[in-house]
Ligand binder design. Structure first.
Ligand SMILES: Nc1ncnc2c1ncn2[C@@H]1O[C@H](COP(=O)(O)OP(=O)(O)OP(=O)(O)O)[C@@H](O)[C@H]1O
Ligand SMILES: [Mg+2]
Length: 257
């Protein structure tokens, strides 16, 4: 477990702030973000189609489950459970892992039907679902919603800033660390659908695909921590690879060797 301590306050009053961190298990990344992502935070994992947003989100839950026994919940609203499992298996990650539960639209819909609150708004439905899961399993720590865009398409978002604020706040109040997948159109500058999510989120992990020119141009993968509150972090776009069963970033130092 990674913990950082900070001293804040004025000359008369020092307050010790302790930050527990969740490791990403992206090789070399954690050492560039003070050991991991602050526990209890809400992070956006964003990027264009195929940049491995779902794979990164799943790999954070998977490696935390198998290495530290942290309980995770992966909500897939984009892909079916079987498609998601097939993809993760092709990346050498197990999909029947104890401590890691995958649920989809149908499971949440069924749960909502039997809920006294009978909530029809999907933003609230998903928040209620996570809350119920946390009540059933108090060890639940990590939650992925894949994707925010799919969630928005299930409901009428009339006041994005307010509704998104309450979703993010709700997840924090439940006490989980969340990773929200956010789709970006190629050449899009905003990290999210409404452009407000990046201001409300505590962290933004941007996955990018850039064209490398040459006789045969090819796309290269990059990862950048654009924002992470309470964290000194690098702003480099690190080259990103998937090796074996995990992600690896390369720093300038490694590339010069
Ligand atoms: N071993 C592998 N098996 C399958 N796909 C792989 C493998 N290694 C890399 N990939 C890449 O993973 C990509 C899909 O990853 P993932 O589904 O996580 O992306 P995504 O950003 O979530 O995509 P989308 O925007 O469609 O949801 C494929 O386009 C492929 O380039
Ligand atoms: Mg995806």
């Amino acid at each position: 477990m990674v913990r950082n301590f900070y001293i804040t306050g004025d000359e008369t009053r020092n307050i010790m702030v302790e930050i527990e961190r969740i490791r990403t298990y992206v090789e070399r990344l954690d050492e560039h973000i003070e050991g991991g992502i602050p526990k209890g935070s809400v992070s956006l994992i964003c990027g264009m189609p195929g940049c491995m947003k779902s794979s990164l989100a799943y790999s954070i839950l998977y490696h935390n489950a198998i290495n530290e026994g942290r309980h995770g919940l992966y909500i897939t609203l984009e892909q079916s459970i079987s498609d998601l499992k097939q993809h993760m298996a092709s990346l050498n990650m197990e999909t029947e892992t104890e401590n890691l539960m995958i649920v989809d639209y149908n499971i949440i819909e069924e749960e909502a039907k039997s809920d006294m609150r009978f909530e029809t708004n999907w933003m609230k439905r998903v928040k209620n679902y996570v809350e119920d899961m946390k009540k059933r399993d108090e060890r639940l720590e990590l939650v992925v919603i894949d994707s925010l865009n799919a969630l928005y398409s299930l409901t009428m978002v009339t006041n994005p800033r307010k509704e998104i604020y309450y979703l993010f706040k709700g997840l924090k109040d439940i006490g989980v660390t969340s990773f929200l997948v956010s789709e970006m159109a190629p050449d899009e500058k905003k990290f999210s659908r409404y452009g407000v999510e990046e201001f409300i989120a505590d962290a933004i992990i941007h996955l990018d695909l850039a064209r490398k020119e040459g006789p045969i141009p090819e796309l290269e993968r990059y990862l950048c921590v654009v924002k992470m509150r309470s964290t000194h972090h690098d702003l480099q776009y690190f080259p990103l690879m998937y090796e074996g069963n995990h992600f690896v970033i390369y720093t300038k130092k490694e590339l010069e060797l």
